[in-house]
Write a protein that binds this ligand. Sequence first.
Ligand code: NI
Length: 136
Amino acid sequence: MLKRFSISLEEELLDIFDEQIKANSYNNRSEAIRDLIRKAFVKEEWELDKPVMGVISLVYDHHQHKLQEKVTIVQHDYHQHIISTTHVHMDHDNCLEVIVVKGKAREVRDLAAMLTALKGVRDGNLAMSSTGKALR
Ligand code: NI
């Protein structure tokens, strides 16, 4: 059920907010505020080491000595945290690996850090998302 409430805020802040929600393609303030609240919940899940989900992306040159093997070994060490791995051969040299992960926030962060720190990984990212349980 939707409930209505009103918010008071400074005109300048509201102007900035309206500009931002327009730039981010929101149709109205309500949906933008709902998403801000959900984002705060997701951030808290990560900070409190709750069960989370995320996506790790890695860009690397597969010619780098033993790198492919190391990427595989780390993922096997964390097999319980890994839902799926997609490998894309982007061009002659570069690979993109997209790894969907779940688990306690700390462990997922450790896994992402370990993969990103491997020598030859040119870009590593962790998109921090949620299991969705705390979000409605
Ligand atoms: Ni490849």
